[in-house]
Design a protein around this ligand. Sequence first.
Ligand code: ARG
Length: 262
Amino acid sequence: MKKIVPVVVILAAVLFLGCAQQATKEEQKIKLVEEGYLTVGSDIAYPPFEYTDEKTGEYTGFDIDLMTEIANRMGLKVKFVNTAWDGIIPGLLAHKYDVICSAMTITEERAKQVDFSDPYFEAKQVILTRADNTEIQDVDDLNGRVVAVQQGTTGDFAAQRLVDEKGIQLEIKRFEGTPEALMAVQKGDADAAIIDNFVAYIAAKENPDIYRVVESDEFAPEYYGIAVNKDNPALLEKINEVLKEIKEDGTYDKIYNKWFGE
Ligand code: ARG
């Protein structure tokens, strides 16, 4: 009898520990909105990061390649949900997708609502004006001008800051999408746009007779991150792990060079 008691106690302890471990494992499990898929919300009208290839009709871009690679390494298929920028964070909070990858800048405000992965891209704002406009050389030259932005982007916030903090009298025209903001500059409905640098570089490179890029020291570096729901820390951890892996093994550079090589 004396020998049996300790055995029972040990058995009970092992059982208890097993259950406890099971419970924490359960908590740390990656949650997915659809089994077998990494579902990605993105405002897919933002070349070269995410856009529709006119010939094939397929989604393409730096973010698309990056997320496809990340999903593959997680043993998942990737599925993109084209989402208006305006509702992109609410859509994540409503679990319409697992992550946002949409050239989204990591900001303090956004980080109150979502978790961000480690930064995966450095960017900054620039001014995009018409090629024939030689007057706009820096932010001060935006005084008395109309500036187009995509609503709710860091370009929008930067334009607002020029008004609030630098006293530059500019009128902000807010558009639902970046293509509309670029179109406004092209048509002369706006004198300039404030947008992410690589989006501006591509627009000006493809249409040098329409657009010209103006850099300014007024704009600080920004970093893109992949947004994950705060209730899904295991997914965030996994994404950071894979991101690190592809940075270390050269895959990130490969994707980078494909899109920004020259
Ligand atoms: N980087 C900017 C921001 O986070 C603009 C991103 C817009 N992305 C897009 N796919 N339209 O506010």
